[in-house]
Design a protein around this ligand. Structure first.
Ligand code: PLP
Length: 362
């Protein structure tokens, strides 16, 4: 497989090679059924084994018990931006949002369509170069829930510890760092994530929900917009994205075989350190976007001295098989997305390239 590049795309993003190989092996004849899992009924025992196993494995990896349920949905994280307030923001209530990046803003905008919101904290005034400190957060009187974004994919910042608001349900968009390190998932009432960064292909959205809040879902919503309906049917209310769920299941096995979330943490810390070390060593040349104590282990954002060099960096990196490094337009510069599936080898290659580039051009 020498023709595979090191893929630093932000999402859809790299998948573990063993996962792709396994899917390739099983593609035409899944476990002796004589058909692809893509061609299998979602009501079959064969598929039920896949989806229910994936559900259990996610709970296992996150250390969650039966107070929680895992749902497989569609519409991406963006659909959740609207579904969370539709289900949990009552007419007379207020939902609190903590703004630490563009996706947090988008989530907030969708909630404003549904009902009343309050911005409890924001780091917008410094172009989202950090997450917020707990003592900056000013909640409204009695929020229906508080919404945060655990990893800010575009800006390259990540929460290091999560705030605790006691009984108030905490909701998190964890699209770009779910399953990348161990954390206390039991603090959250709802976690959602599009799969295409850290869990699988685009097209399936994973929601982890504490069952007690399902009672709050209003009955006036159409069925597919109701978490309680989807939970009751174990994500089989209608046809789920079967193949994507199958790939997610393979990714979960890969995570487990590689030391679970503790293994992922070690792997991700080592990888990120390689690249941040080069940034810090050449501080005059590379300018990191994130403040140091908010640095993400998943998305590393930095600029070069001018846009000409940005362009040259991207071109020369691509020649070395390092692709997907161009940053998002709202930050500019570069972004290296190094989710679970990015190998240490890929990060070493990038660090080495950055070192050489700085020496040559700096
Ligand atoms: C990518 C991303 C989204 C958007 O996900 P879609 O699945 O495209 O809707 C939302 N939030 C975060 C944190 C993301 O990284």
């Amino acid at each position: 497989m020498t023709d595979r590049v090191f893929n630093f795309n932000p999402g859809p993003a790299a998948l573990p090679l063993p996962v792709l190989e396994k899917a390739q092996q099983e593609l035409l004849n899944y476990k002796g059924t004589g058909m692809s899992i893509m061609e299998t009924s979602h009501r079959s025992k064969v598929f039920e084994e896949v989806i229910f196993e994936a559900e259990d494995m996610i709970k296992d990896l996150l250390g969650l018990d039966d107070q929680y349920q895992v749902l497989f949905m569609q519409g991406g994280a963006s659909m959740q931006f609207g579904m969370v307030p539709l289900n949990f923001l009552p007419k007379d209530g207020v939902a609190d949002y903590i703004l630490t990046g563009s996706f947090a803003e988008k989530a907030h905008k969708e909630a404003m369509i549904v009902g009343k919101t309050h911005v409890a904290a924001s780091s917008k005034d410094t172009n989202y170069d950090r997450v917020v400190a707990e003592n900056e957060i000013q909640l409204s009187d009695s929020p229906a829930y508080v919404h945060i974004t655990s990893n800010n994919t575009i800006y390259g910042t990540q929460w290091k510890t999560f705030p605790d608001f006691g009984e108030i349900p905490l909701v998190a968009d964890m699209s770009s760092d779910i399953l990348s390190y161990p954390f206390d998932a039991g603090k959250f009432a709802l976690i959602y994530t599009g799969a295409q960064k850290n869990m699988g292909p685009a097209g399936v959205t994973i929601v982890i929900i504490r069952k007690d809040i399902l009672e709050r879902v209003p009955s006036h919503l159409p069925s597919l917009l109701r978490y309680d309906v989807i939970a009751e049917k174990r994500s089989l209310y209608n046809t789920p994205p079967c193949f994507n769920i199958y790939i997610v299941n393979l990714v979960l096995h890969w995570i487990k075989e590689n030391g679970g979330l503790e293994g992922m943490r070690r792997h991700n810390e080592e990888k990120a350190a390689l690249i941040y070390k080069v940034l810090d060593r050449h501080e005059g040349f590379y300018k990191g976007h994130a403040q140091k104590d908010s640095r993400s282990l998943m998305n590393i954002t930095f600029k070069l001295p001018d846009e000409e060099l940005d362009k040259k960096f991207v071109e020369e990196a691509a020649k070395k098989g390092l692709v997907g490094l161009k940053g998002h337009r709202s930050v500019g510069g570069m972004r290296a997305s190094i989710y679970n599936s990015m190998s240490k080898e890929g990060c070493e290659a990038l660090a080495e390239f950055m070192e050489e580039f700085a020496k040559k051009q700096g």
